[in-house]
Design a protein around this ligand. Structure first.
Ligand SMILES: Nc1ncnc2c1ncn2[C@@H]1O[C@H](COP(=O)(O)OP(=O)(O)OP(=O)(O)O)[C@@H](O)[C@H]1O
Length: 653
């Protein structure tokens, strides 16, 4: 009879990647949208990254973040480079539950140890009737029954107590990753494929969970199985024990031979799965572009090469794992047959009793199974430890944005000043802004125009705080952004990027994103002000209509007006339009333009626009050239001056 065990199965070694949910693009158009952050390497290079001090891993954790979600970030920091220590630190505070679960685990396994003794006793009682009383038979059967029946209760206890510990680790690991992803710099996110990150959050955490589950359920049992088998065998026959000892070196040799290829195959497979997940995410994102250019065959071809590669690597892993299991099985079966031959010989010579042949055979099988489980556990261990390290690539990443600074701004007025700003993205790149100075009083609307690459978007990024000038400063209400608490500051500004990012949810959710409760009248007001009321009237459920992922059913102009509504409802003191109308046809542009015009005067407004007609109403236009302002004035002044702006404008007509 075999008691329920939790040995790893080949399926466990190859658990499929958990389906990742679609990347949520719920970034508000305030400050941190992908479009406007696309070139934010400045932030990481010179601004927000701090590589000194201990807070670099957990900088700026939002105050209401559950403590447990940052606990593992610290665990990784404290035990950097020691994955086993990291893994053990996950169990902190779970001692009580683990103790109960372990006791239950031992009880659950106990029939395995007791039943061979009972079976052997019964055979000896029946075989050697003159030496035994028949009542011993009933005692043995009763003991066996008690041990068997308690298995239900002990299994339930293990599932509940250990399950709580392990599921909690899983939750906290994913929580830590979420917190860390929110802290990592925009540069990091721009440079890292989202699919890779998804794979870490879903698949790697799952691997760690499997590792803990299988190790916890197997290791103590394996240790006890071997110990009990050895002790009982030693008490019955030291000669047989000596024979048993031969199996251990065989196991060690098998593990030694297969360790390296298994580790390598796991590593290759894991990294290819990660890359493929990233590629699939990218492919899905690209589908409209691919379709528009009729390039489906290119994508299919590209993916099929990748999938072939994964197929080969996965197959190699399966074969190595399979060979590993088969070889160890054959080795141990040969030993087991040898054990049967040896103990039969001892019984024939009267050196042991017949019942003992069964006892030794069962215990030998137990030792063999234990070592075999240990060997099967090895790939799970390797894969899990690989995932512990893979998660560490994120949790130990130091490229975090550090936004908490000394000055927390009160309600901003919206005065902005660029004072003698010099800026470059990194020491290897040329200067983008040179001694740039500009003062913008609160409430003024200002448009940057100029050649491509002249530094317009860079100015906006500095204003958002995505970069810090190498010389000079950017001041808002007279406070240097270097000293300003950026999260608090960014809550008072809004950015409308070229591409509006909508998330799956209702139209209302998308407008009030991140604001909690906003009353209907307020939402309806902004909807009217951006001219969305006619659109809302046509939607089946009005503001409560589900937009579907990425709001695919809306036109570019409608999406853009949602972005403006999202900005408007926040009552920003500074608003930034980064080419907000450049992707629109003229009918949509007019509507969006009306919404933008509505915002002007309510707060300080910055605009970058390529279509010069759209900035006609700006109070001031600054013409940029090679990182400097070469002209400045109202539309009419600049046209009258017949300088660079005039030339740009006439070129567009
Ligand atoms: N992340 C970056 N790393 C390095 N260089 C960058 C980065 N982002 C922008 N640049 C460089 O900085 C210069 C100014 O770029 P910026 O995007 O500010 O120009 P722009 O005037 O907004 O151009 P466009 O009108 O084409 O958007 C360009 O030469 C550009 O190549």
């Amino acid at each position: 009879m075999s008691a329920p065990t939790d040995e790893p199965t080949p399926d466990d070694l190859q658990s499929p990647a958990q389906t990742a949910t679609t990347p949520s693009t719920t970034i508000a158009d305030t400050a941190a949208s992908p479009t406007d952050t696309a070139t934010s390497s400045a932030a990481a290079t010179v601004g927000n990254t701090r590589s000194d001090g201990d807070d670099r891993w957990t900088a700026d954790v939002p105050p209401d973040t559950p403590w447990s979600f940052t606990e593992y970030i610290n665990a990784y920091r404290r035990n950097a480079g020691h994955p086993v220590h990291i893994l053990l630190s996950f169990f902190r505070g779970s001692g009580g539950r683990l103790a109960i679960a372990t006791l239950a685990l031992v009880a659950k396994q106990s029939p395995c140890w007791v039943l061979p003794i009972v079976t052997s006793n019964i055979i000896n009682i029946i075989t050697y009737r003159d030496q035994h009383d028949l009542s011993e038979l009933w005692v043995n059967l009763t003991v066996a029954l008690v041990f068997v029946l308690q298995n239900v209760l002990s299994t339930w206890t293990v599932a509940l107590q250990f399950g709580r510990v392990n599921r909690n680790i899983e939750r906290k690991l994913r929580g830590s990753l979420v917190v860390k992803l929110q802290q990592l710099s925009i540069r990091f996110h721009n440079e890292t494929q989202s699919g890779r990150l998804l794979s870490k959050v879903m698949r790697d955490v799952e691997n760690v969970e499997v590792l803990i589950d299988q190790t916890y359920r197997s290791l103590p049992i394996i240790a006890l199985d071997i110990t009990i088998a050895i002790v009982v065998t030693a008490m019955h026959s030291p000669t047989v024990l000596l024979f048993f000892a031969l199996t251990v070196p065989a196991a060690v040799i098998a593990i030694y031979c297969f360790r390296k290829p298994i580790r390598q195959s796991n590593h290759d497979f894991r990294s290819q799965m990660e890359q493929t997940q990233a590629a699939v995410a990218e492919m899905i994102e690209m589908i409209p572009v691919t379709r528009a250019h009729g390039l489906q065959h290119v994508e299919i071809d590209h993916m099929s090469k990748r999938l072939n590669h994964i197929h080969d690597t996965g197959l190699r892993l399966d074969v190595v794992n399979g060979l590993f299991g088969a070889t160890s099985w054959v080795v141990f079966q040969v030993f087991q047959l040898g054990c049967l031959a040896f103990t039969s010989y001892l019984a024939l010579n009267g050196r042991i009793q017949i019942g003992d042949v069964v006892l030794f055979q069962t215990y030998f099988a137990q030792i063999v199974n234990s070592i075999s489980s240990l060997i099967n556990l090895y790939p799970v261990l390797t894969k899990g430890m690989e995932s512990v390290s893979s998660i560490g690539e994120i949790l130990q990443e130091t490229d975090v944005e550090r936004n908490a600074r000394d000055v927390e701004p009160a309600r901003l007025r919206g005065d902005v000043e660029f004072r003698h700003v010099d800026f470059r993205y990194s020491p290897d790149y040329p200067m983008v802004l040179r001694d740039f100075s500009l003062t913008v009083p609160a409430g003024q609307s200002l448009a940057f125009v100029g050649d491509s690459g002249s530094g317009k978007s860079t100015l906006l990024k500095l204003l958002i705080g995505f970069g810090v000038p190498q010389a000079g400063s950017v001041l808002v209400d007279g406070i240097d952004l270097k000293e300003m608490d950026l999260d608090a500051y960014r809550r008072q500004i809004a950015v409308v990027p070229q591409n509006t990012i909508l998330f799956s949810g209702t139209l209302r959710d998308n407008i009030i994103y991140g604001l909690g409760d906003v009353n209907d009248a307020e939402v309806e007001r902004v909807v009217r002000e951006v001219g969305l009321d006619d659109v809302v009237a046509e939607l089946p459920e009005g503001l409560d209509t589900q937009l579907g992922e990425h709001g695919g059913t809306l036109s570019g102009g409608q999406r853009q007006r949602i972005a403006i509504a999202r900005a408007l409802i926040r009552h920003p003191r500074i608003i930034i339009f980064d080419e907000a109308t450049s992707a629109l046809d003229s009918a949509s542009e007019r509507k969006v333009q009306a919404a933008i015009d509505h915002m002007m005067g309510q707060c300080t407004t910055f605009m970058v626009a390529h279509r010069l007609s759209t900035i006609r109403n700006a109070d001031r236009i600054v013409v940029m050239e090679h990182g400097r302002a070469v002209e400045s004035g109202s539309y009419d002044d600049l046209m009258a001056a017949r300088g660079k702006f005039y030339r740009l404008k006439t070129l567009q007509e």
